[in-house]
Design a binder for this molecule. Structure first.
Ligand code: AMP
Length: 366
C-alpha cells in the first residue's frame, strides 16, 4: 500500500517514519531539491499544484494526503476524481482562509475572537473602531508561524499596518489577553471512529511554537476542547488528524485556528502517547482501527529553531528523544525537536526548565 503525500517537509517525513513499521510505502511531491522526506521515500520534484506531477503521484499511490495546508484545493479537487484524498478538501479549504475558518467556528458555536474582514483602509479604520485596540491584523491566506501579522496598538499605526499588509485581503481581530495557549488534536477514521489526545499547552514566541507540554490544564479545558473538536470532525465527516488551537481567557477557550493535518503541538505523541498522531493519521485515512491516544507520562516538546544544537549535547540529557529534520539552518526555521517523557508534571517542568536554559534561554513557561 503506497500513500502519496503532497508536501515533503518534516511532517511528511514523520508520517513515513510512522508508516514503515506498518508495511506502508510512501511517495512525496515537493518543490524543494532535497526536502526532509526525500531521504525516506521517492520524491517528485515540482510545484505542489503541478497537474502532471499530481497525476503521477496519484498513479503511484492508493491514497493521497498532505502535510501542509496551503496546497491548491482546485488542483486536488481535480485529482479527487481519480484517487481518494484525505482529509476532506472542504476542511482544507476552510482552513486556508481565516474568514471561512471564523465563519465555521461561529456556525458550529465554537467561541472565537471578535473579528472583521478588511479589504480597504477605510474598512480597517471601521474595524478598529468596532473591535478596538490592541488588535491583530492578519492576511486571510498563507499566514503561518506568525507570518503576515501586525499587532496594532495605537490608532496612529493603522495606516502603516495597512500599507505593510494591505495588498491582499485581511482580517482584523481583537488581541486576546490570554493566560494560556492550548491545542487539541484528534483523529477520525474512515469508519467514524474517533481518538482524541490529551490537551497540549503551547508557548509561542514571535508567532512560532517553541514548547508544548501535555497532558495540560484542568479537566474542564480538556472537556471543552474535545467537544469543539468533535463538532468540527462531525461537520466535515472528517478523516485523518485535525488540530485546533485556542487561547484561554478566564477559563474560556477561544478558537484561534485549525489545521487539517498532523500538527507541531502533537510531536510529543511519538514517544509520549500510546499511538502517535502520525500513525493515527495513517490508520484513520486507511480505514484501520485507531490506536489509543492517551499519554504514557508527562511530556514536553521543545522546537529546535534556527540552528541545531550539537547532537552530543542534546543526547547528554538522560532520556531526551531527539529529532533532526536534516534541514539547512536559517533564522526562524524549524530544524528539529526534542521530547522528554517524565513521571510527574513537576519532574517534567523541572527538567524542561533546565533544558530551556541552554536551548532557548528567552522562552518562559507559565
Ligand atoms: P496564528 O498564526 O494565528 O496561529 O498566530 C500565531 C501566534 O500569534 C498565536 O499562537 C499567538 O501567540 C499570537 N496571536 C495570534 N493572534 C492573536 C490574537 N488575536 N491575540 C493574541 N495573540 C495572538
Amino acid at each position: 500500500m503506497t500513500v502519496g503525500i503532497v508536501g515533503g517537509g518534516q511532517l511528511g517525513r514523520m508520517l513515513a517514519m510512522a508508516g514503515y513499521p506498518l508495511g506502508l510505502d510512501f511517495v512525496f511531491l515537493d518543490p524543494a531539491a532535497d526536502p526532509p522526506a526525500a531521504a525516506l521515500a521517492p520524491h517528485l520534484k515540482g510545484p505542489l499544484d503541478d497537474r502532471r506531477l499530481l497525476n503521477e503521484l496519484a498513479r503511484r499511490s492508493e491514497i493521497i494526503t498532505f502535510d501542509w495546508e496551503n496546497v491548491s484545493v482546485a488542483a486536488l479537487r481535480e485529482l479527487a476524481r481519480r484517487v481518494r484524498i484525505c482529509p476532506p478538501l472542504a476542511a482544507l479549504a476552510a482552513s486556508q482562509d481565516r474568514v471561512s475558518e471564523k465563519r465555521l467556528f461561529e456556525r458550529l458555536k465554537i467561541p472565537t475572537t471578535r473579528w472583521r474582514a478588511v479589504a480597504s483602509l477605510k474598512q480597517l479604520q471601521r474595524a478598529v473602531a468596532d473591535i478596538g485596540l490592541p488588535g491583530v491584523l492578519k492576511t486571510r491566506r498563507l499566514g503561518y508561524d506568525g507570518k503576515g501579522q501586525f499587532l496594532l496598538k495605537r490608532a496612529a499605526e493603522v495606516e502603516s499596518a495597512w500599507h505593510q499588509l494591505g495588498a491582499v485581503p485581511l482580517l482584523y481581530e481583537e488581541s486576546v489577553a490570554f493566560s494560556h495557549e492550548v491545542s487539541i488534536i484528534g483523529a477520525r477514521s474512515l469508519h467514524g471512529e474517533v481518538a482524541i489526545y490529551p490537551l497540549n499547552g503551547n508557548v509561542h514566541s514571535q508567532g512560532i511554537l517553541r514548547v508544548t507540554r501535555a497532558p495540560y490544564g484542568p479537566p474542564s479545558w480538556q472537556t471543552l476542547a474535545q467537544r469543539y473538536l468533535a463538532r468540527v470532525l462531525a461537520h466535515f465527516r472528517y478523516v485523518g488528524i485535525l488540530a485546533i488551537e485556542f487561547f484561554v481567557r478566564r477559563g474560556r477557550l477561544i478558537a484561534n485556528e485549525m489545521a487539517p493535518r498532523v500538527h507541531n503541538s502533537g510531536h510529543w505523541t511519538i514517544e509520549g502517547a500510546v499511538t502517535s498522531q502520525f500513525e493515527n493519521h495513517l490508520r484513520a485515512i486507511l480505514g484501520l482501527p485507531l490506536g489509543a491516544a492517551h499519554a504514557r507520562g508527562h511530556c514536553a516538546m521543545i522546537n529546535l529553531i534556527g540552528e541545531m544544537p550539537p547532537l552530543r549535547e542534546l543526547l547528554a540529557h538522560e532520556g531526551l528523544h531527539v529529532h533532526d529534520y536534516a534541514k539547512a539552518p536559517r533564522p526562524g526555521r524549524k530544524l528539529g525537536h526534542c521530547t522528554l517523557v517524565a513521571r510527574s508534571a513537576y519532574d517534567r517542568d523541572r527538567r524542561l526548565r533546565g533544558l530551556l536554559a541552554t536551548l532557548a534561554p528567552n522562552t518562559r513557561i507559565p
